[in-house]
Design a protein around this ligand. Structure first.
Ligand SMILES: [Fe+2]
Ligand SMILES: [Fe+2]
Length: 182
């Protein structure tokens, strides 16, 4: 399957206009806030792009199935599969693991759960709940696990109204730069 960066821009714009579940921000704003935070923190370009695209699976579902955003929809696997023709493992890995990273952080940091939004706490149970010790060990050993944890912490913070966002054109420029390196 071929994929052009313009496809991503269309999914983000058409599928991102919806509010993200019961979060105050739209899905597109959530993603652009995530990218802005990652760039502001000086993270590598691949992780900035992963942050900006981590919920692309949600956007695709809205565009193609008119789906109301659901939190147990395996959007992390869908997103990574959609991006696979265009982007490298350094982007795909953190996208695929960003839900698992929440389950991991809930297991290893008791205070992490308290900082989650109400919606994110609610979805945790549907996503399998906190990892058990064996699951946590296995997760930590995966390639991209550390990047997924960084993405996840940014994901959790990027749900505000009127927070700084990376312009979509700038995110697209970074996507195209990484895509050509693939
Ligand atoms: Fe997500
Ligand atoms: Fe997210």
């Amino acid at each position: 399957m071929s994929l052009h960066p313009n496809d991503l821009a269309r999914w983000l714009q058409q599928g991102g206009a919806e509010r993200y579940g019961d979060e105050p921000a739209t899905l597109l704003s959530h993603l652009l806030q995530s990218a802005w935070r990652a760039a502001d923190a000086g993270l590598p370009d691949s992780l900035v792009v992963a942050c900006g695209l981590h919920d692309i699976g949600h956007a695709w579902l809205v565009c193609h199935q008119g789906a109301v955003l659901e939190r147990n929809d395996l959007h992390e696997d869908l997103g990574a599969d959609l991006l696979a023709p265009l982007l490298p493992p350094s982007v795909l890995g953190p996208v695929r693991l960003h839900v698992a990273a929440k389950r991991y952080l809930c297991a290893i940091e008791p205070q992490y759960f308290d900082g989650l939004s109400a919606g994110s706490r609610h979805s945790l149970a549907m996503q399998g709940g906190p990892m058990n010790p064996a699951e946590s060990r296995d997760f930590a050993a995966l390639p991209w696990a550390a990047d997924a944890v960084q993405l996840r912490r940014i994901d959790d913070l990027a749900k505000c109204v009127d927070a700084p966002e990376m312009p979509l054109a700038e995110l697209m420029r970074r996507i195209e730069a990484i895509a050509t390196l693939r």
